[in-house]
Write a protein that binds this ligand. Structure first.
Ligand SMILES: Cc1cc2nc3c(=O)[nH]c(=O)nc-3n(C[C@H](O)[C@H](O)[C@H](O)COP(=O)(O)O)c2cc1C
Length: 181
């Protein structure tokens, strides 16, 4: 049966390497018959969690009425969450981290998400796998916390300029991962 796939992408540059990763995954998943929604975290302006614990108290997921309230229904519909991002300072870009932080709303609001699986797609300039260890570990611990299954991680070192990722085999691997769900 087709899954509802939600891709959170954090490319600050339209058509950037992370966007290309998100597109390749979307193509693969659609080919395999899944429904795919994409949320562009870098353009969403989601503000940081204030830990005010007023989540869902006025009907809205977040009391700070920003674009997380557009993302929240997409999260509620999703079976599988894909995080597609560049590495920023050895970690998650602030834009996507702000969205992830607000998963807290579902915990405080006592709302169970349907999400059971996740995928990590991450790229960066430095051509060494080890510089991704912090971000990959954070992803793994979030999955452990939520009880989600890891359906795959694609780490793409050595890509910096827009489109550099086209010179690698990563997009083929990501498309294949998307269609293997
Ligand atoms: C603010 C900022 C911080 C970055 N930090 C890192 C880093 O810690 N390690 C790294 O390998 N690349 C780093 N980069 C490079 C990006 O990860 C790289 O250019 C990536 O391909 C950008 O993806 P995009 O095309 O989706 O924007 C950084 C770029 C920016 C703008």
């Amino acid at each position: 049966m087709g899954k509802n796939v939600l891709i959170l992408t954090a490319s600050a540059r339209a058509g950037g390497n992370s966007d290309l990763m998100a597109q390749a995954f979307e193509e693969g998943a659609r080919q395999a018959g899944h429904t795919v929604r994409v949320f562009r975290a870098a353009q969403s302006g989601i503000r940081p969690c204030l830990a005010c614990d007023a989540c869902f108290s006025n009907g809205k997921a977040c009391a700070v009425d920003d674009n997380f309230n557009e993302l929240a229904p997409l999260l509620e519909q999703a079976d599988l969450l894909v995080l597609a991002m560049p590495l920023y300072w050895y970690s998650f870009p602030a834009s996507i981290k702000a969205a992830i932080d607000k998963l807290y709303a579902f915990v405080v609001g006592g709302k169970e998400l349907k999400i059971k699986e996740a995928v990590l797609l991450i790229c960066g300039e430095i051509a060494e796998e080890r510089v991704f260890e912090g971000a990959v570990r954070s992803y793994e611990l979030i999955l452990e916390d939520r009880g989600w299954t890891d359906r795959g991680q694609v780490v793409v070192p050595g890509v910096n300029k827009k489109g550099d990722i086209l010179q690698t085999d990563a997009l083929d691997r990501i498309r294949a991962l998307g269609s293997s769900l």
